[in-house]
Write a protein that binds this ligand. Structure first.
Ligand SMILES: [Fe+2]
Length: 272
């Protein structure tokens, strides 16, 4: 099972950059040695949540013939996203983009932290209760939670000011359910991770621009249009769940160091 995660695609009508970047990400994904089984997009699919942006977003995803699941970020429009993608998974909450997906040995729980008109995120008591109930259903099954707003503070004040406002309540639920292996988020436009009650909380870089980690005080916020990345979460019985970063760069020849049978001697042959 290979689950690709993209985030913060920010498709907009003003600049072709975001669309070009998502197109490159889709091309990259389809040319991986093994095409993923599932694609997750953890929010900020569009910049303004307009109908034309969503239509463009969906058009850019069309080359993907594998299941794609999306959740809203602060830049999205919940009704439009719901209208375009439908309920997506099972056990969907009627008023939110919150649903379950059975993905082989794994269970995916998609959460909706969107607050209309605000950049910060939340999970109301009803959404937290839904999470508690879903996690109680299959306590033995490795589970991945996805949500746009990370469940931890990143230390960058401007972003912590628009973070999830129920980190403690969310963490309390996760702590009760050790089958939670990953909490996948976006929002920060940078690759960062930390433990969370036995799970690993992981933020996926954006396909558009990257926030540069700045550890000076006070911390500025600087962005770069350097190489974006996606995450590949792989599950196998002998490895468990692993999370890889895959940089989305210009296509280059792939050289075969080991062909599955034996090591190859340099110069390594080019994969056909
Ligand atoms: Fe974003």
């Amino acid at each position: 099972m290979i689950i690709a995660q993209l985030s913060d695609t920010h498709i907009n009508d003003e600049s072709p950059e975001a669309a070009a970047r998502l197109r490159a990400a889709v091309t990259h994904l389809l040319h991986l040695p093994a095409v993923p089984d599932v694609v997750l997009i953890t929010g900020d699919c569009t910049e303004h949540g307009s109908e034309t942006e969503y239509a463009h977003f969906r058009e850019l995803l069309r080359p993907l013939t594998i299941p794609v699941y999306v959740i809203p970020g602060n830049h999205d429009d919940r009704p439009r996203l719901r209208a375009l993608f439908g309920p997506q998974g099972a056990q969907a909450m009627p008023d939110f983009v919150q649903y379950t997906v059975e993905a082989g040995s794994l269970r995916l729980l998609a959460l909706d932290t969107h607050v209309p008109g605000q950049d910060g995120g939340t999970l109301c008591p009803a959404r937290l209760q839904w999470l508690e109930e879903r996690l109680s259903e299959q306590p033995e099954r490795p589970t991945i939670i996805l949500m746009h707003h990370p469940p931890f503070r990143c230390g960058l004040a401007p972003f912590d000011g628009i973070g999830l406002d129920v980190m403690s309540e969310f963490g309390t639920v996760v702590a009760r359910h050790p089958q939670v292996e990953r909490v996948l988020a976006g929002h920060l436009h940078m690759g960062v991770q930390r433990p969370l009650h036995g799970a690993l909380a992981v933020v996926c870089p954006s396909t558009l621009h990257q926030l540069l980690p700045d550890f000076r005080r006070p911390r500025s916020l600087e962005v770069s249009f350097g190489p974006p990345a996606m995450l590949l979460h792989t599950w196998a019985a002998d490895t468990g769940l692993l999370t890889h970063s895959s940089l989305i760069a210009e296509p280059r020849p792939v050289l075969v160091m080991h062909d599955g049978q034996q090591w190859q001697s340099p110069p390594w042959p080019v994969r056909g």
